[in-house]
Design a protein around this ligand. Sequence first.
Ligand code: XIL
Length: 367
Amino acid sequence: MDMSISRRQLSLAALVAMATSAAPSLAVAAPSLAYAFSGKLLFGFAVTPEQLDGGLATELIERHSSVLVAENAMKPDALAGKGEGIYDFATADRVVAFAAARGIKVRGHTLLWHRQMPEWFFRDGAEEVNRATLISRIERYIADVVGHFKGRVFAWDVVNEALVADEPGTAVDAAGLRLSPLRDIVGPEFIEIAFRAAARADPGALLFYNDYETQNPRKVALISALVRHLRERGVKIDGIGHQAHCSMAHPMVHDFERAIDQYGALGLIQHITELDIALNQQLMENLVSAATPALLQRQSQRYADLVNLFLRKRDKVHALLVWGLSDANSWLTSWPMPRFEAPLLFDAQLQPKPAFEAVLRAARQAR
Ligand code: XIL
């Protein structure tokens, strides 16, 4: 086990914090999730840079994490918003330095996506960029960014959400690729180009394809076909990232289990990259208006069921990241519409919820 982590997470710092801090301290005194998961899964959160500037959120993140990902700070619009070859690494560097100082690993999210790309990427003056120029921009962006973080980001989501299954209303091509400027201007090869560029820039980093609804059998088929295609062409791909944005009734644990086994059979490692569990029954519902004790209890059982699965599959699943620290700042409160959601492990006052206790218990009990 990493000694810097165990010392940090077992130390008396929590008790000192309890005695000296005016902030509510129950959360800081709770046992470390990273410690409970150590030797089983890497565990951590998606974080915002402001959460690392001190205070209770910072203490919780450092206490409970063995891996971190930036919720937005490493996306192309954040790193390269100003133009080609002009980077703003300062904020992302702070996240990486915070992690490095504490022996916490960093996942990089995400190199190419159809969202949160800077506008200049697809423009050439008043015109749409041509194919050759876009390919060279992709290659340059990935070389620069992966090169900048080389050795400090251990795993990259190289391509995010490029495949679509069972989504009426979302435009796709015959191969299931989402229509997007990347796909439309470059063609399907944009994925291969991205993976090759990432492997060149940091041969030691693990390279992932990341997506939602990864348990959907048609998505499993599409992703598996992509992986086989890349491998046939000699392209390095190491893993599949399961976003795992869940609701109370979706997806079913056994569907997830089957999918994990299918990706495992391809010899891929897997990370659960963006876990959250909305209180609504279905993903895009907006029917819940309060986190009642009964709902929070059911949510904690749902967390336990899913985390137990991931722990049981830990020969294939190596990391588990929750998409946000507390219910005060989950993306689900504004997506796909403004709504009440309390999908995370800590409540809006940063106190541990029943879901926290359930995840801790699952991690401790896993044999
Ligand atoms: C979300 C962030 O949480 C929001 O803050 C941002 O406004 C939009 O993106 N799938 C992904 C993540 O891969 O990058 C998304 O993160 C959530 C869905």
